[in-house]
Structure formats: C-alpha cells, structure tokens
Design a protein around this ligand. Structure first.
Ligand code: DP6
Length: 331
C-alpha cells in the first residue's frame, strides 16, 4: 500500500441536478450534464495504514470538522466494502479555490479521494464502480471523474446501479472557456443537500422541474454535438434559471444570489445581444460562471470585472478527469 496523491477538478453543470429520488442511496431526481474545468484543483493524498484505528481527515492543512470527516469516512467505507479491505486511511485534501462557495469543491474532493484510494490499493475497482461511489457521496461528484463534457444518468433502478456519470465528449471536441466572477468568498448558508430536501418537500414546481430534465439533456447533448453555441446557451440558461426559480418557490424560498449575481446575469445577456458568444450558469452560491467561446473570453472577463460587487475573476478551460498526480495527461 502506498501513499498516492490524486488531482481532480470541479465541474459545473449546464443542465442542473437539484433534488433526489432516494436520499439514502443519494439517487438524483434528474439527469445532469456538466463540463469539467481545469485551473481549479483539489489535491487529495490517501495513505491506508494498519496503524490507524480510524480515518484521519485534513482539509486545507487543518484537521477537518466532524461533518466533513464523517462524509469522507462514509465514502471510504463504501470503497472499503467493495474493495474488500478493512484498513483505515489518513486523507489530506486541499483546494486552490474557495471551499463550499458554489464552486463544487465536494465534487472534485470526492473524485480525487476515490481516485487516490483506488490507486493506493492498486485499482481494485473499475471506473463505473468509482462513479457510483462518487455519486453516493455527492450527486455531482461522479462527473468530476471525467474530463470534458460529462453526463450523470438519473437511472431507474432502486439500487442505483444505473445512476452513474460517464464521459459524453472529450474537451477537444469543443474547447469552450469559462470566466468565473467571484462575488463572495463566504461559505454558503444552506448546503446543497439540505437545500434539495427542502425544495423537494415544499416547492410547488417540483414535478415540472423533474419532468423537464430529459428533454433538456437531449437538447444540450445535440447542441454540444453540433457545436451550436446559441442552442446550448438557450437550454443551459433555461435549466439554471428554472433551478433557481424552483429553489425560490420553496417555503421559505432559497435565494443564493446577491446583488452582483443579478447584475452579472444582465451584463452577460447584454454581451450576447452585442454578438459575443457567452451564456451564464449559477449553482448554489452567488458566483456567476460565464461560459464562452475562447475568442470572446478576454472581452467577457473585462466586462465582468467592471460589474460592481465582482471581487475577482478566474479563467478556466475545459479540463481532464481525476487522475493520480504523476499522470497529469490522462483524460
Ligand atoms: C447546484 O452534488 O453538492 O451544483 O448530492 O447533496 O452532495 P449532494 O449535492 P451536490 O449538488 C450540486 C447542485 C448544483 C447543480 C449541479 O452541480 O448539478
């Protein structure tokens, strides 16, 4: 058994996952489709050791709190059961971007954790098994195992065996760029899991949201296949706004936006009206991700930086899937 470090990137959904059809197995109520980013990275180092009597988890160089350690421990328990091992592990994980502020740190975190754990034990599990374990840990996490354009299947089976992420198109098929406008560095008030349960229990538009998912996935897949930016912009903004409208229709309503978030939505639509190829997407936080064609990215970044309330911007291209750190070219 060796110490292995894995790298994974966050992904952002263009067709959103919000809600669960089974909370115990963490089965999504909707399909989702994402792009994996580069630049933003989670590095996770895993060392299984017979000396340990429990898993030890460190986040950004400090001992992790109980809630985070418990989620990591539960994910490792699932891994150990399938891999047939009983050894505990020390886990050191760090992000080069704000944790839990709507930049999908849990997705890259669990993808890196499972990739490192599997490599440390010389790969007892295949990628499909890792995708299922990642989805059980966090519904968006299986998507970060893969690079480029990725689908997370909702699945039909109650055991979750057909609810997994898989690669749809490689990054090179259509190398889009993403400009992220950071409008707050604070952790979000209500985590995704809690927000989803609250939404499913109280939002009047819940059924309509779930019923729309398959058609949106089809439209987005066709748009990506044909590299049709206008069609992708239409369906991705619709999915994002429908998710936020759904959240806001819960009782009490969930509002993840701040004033700058709304200014950014208007700005991005104005830019598109002037002919720039850009659209927005927003997750359970106030940051706005502007997805654009590479030739539009400089102008988009300059325009977003000038919006009041924008603290800074980040630039990403589409990135690779999770991999061990001395194998950085694996996609
Ligand atoms: C808004 O994957 O964090 O980013 O399964 O409860 O861990 P859990 O939720 P999580 O939710 C992500 C929600 C989202 C949309 C998306 O990424 O599809």
């Amino acid at each position: 058994m060796h110490t292995i470090t894995a790298i994974a990137h966050p992904n952002i959904a263009l067709i959103k996952y919000w809600g669960k059809r089974d909370t115990v197995r963490n089965l999504p109520a909707t399909h989702s489709l994402s792009i994996t980013l580069n630049t933003l990275e989670t590095h996770t180092c895993v060392n299984f050791s017979a000396e340990l009597s429990a898993d030890q988890v460190y986040l950004n160089k400090a001992l992790a709190d109980d809630a985070f350690s418990a989620r990591v421990g539960a994910c490792l328990d699932g891994f150990r059961t399938l891999a047939g091992v009983h050894t505990f592990a020390s886990v050191h994980t760090s992000n080069n971007f704000p944790t839990a502020a709507g930049l999908a740190s849990s997705a890259s975190g669990f993808a890196a954790l499972l990739t490192a754990a599997n490599a440390a034990l010389e790969s007892p599990l295949n990628l499909r098994q890792l995708a299922i374990l990642a989805r059980e840990a966090s519904g968006s996490a299986g998507r970060s195992l893969f690079g480029g354009y990725v689908i997370q299947h909702r699945g039909q089976h109650s055991d979750g065996s057909d609810s997994y992420a898989e690669a749809l198109f490689p990054a090179k098929h259509w190398p889009l760029e993403v400009v992220i406008a950071i409008t707050s560095e604070k952790e979000k008030n209500i985590g995704s899991t809690e927000g989803m349960l609250h939404t499913a229990a109280t939002a009047p538009y819940w059924r309509a949201w779930v019923d729309r998912s398959a058609a949106d996935i089809q439209a987005a897949t066709a748009a990506i296949k044909q590299r049709d930016f206008a069609a992708l912009a239409e369906v991705a903004e619709a999915s994002c706004l429908a998710m936020h409208a759904l959240m806001q229709s819960a009782r009490p309503g969930l509002l993840y936006w701040n004033a700058a978030t709304i200014e950014l939505i208007h700005k991005i639509r104005q830019l598109r009206a002037t002919g720039l190829a850009v659209f927005f997407t927003i997750d359970a936080g106030p940051q706005v991700k502007a997805v654009c064609l590479p030739e539009a990215a400089d102008k988009v970044e300059a325009a977003l930086k000038a919006v009041p309330g924008v603290l800074r911007t980040l630039r990403c291209l589409l990135g690779a899937g999770a991999r061990i750190s001395n194998d950085a070219n694996t996609e």
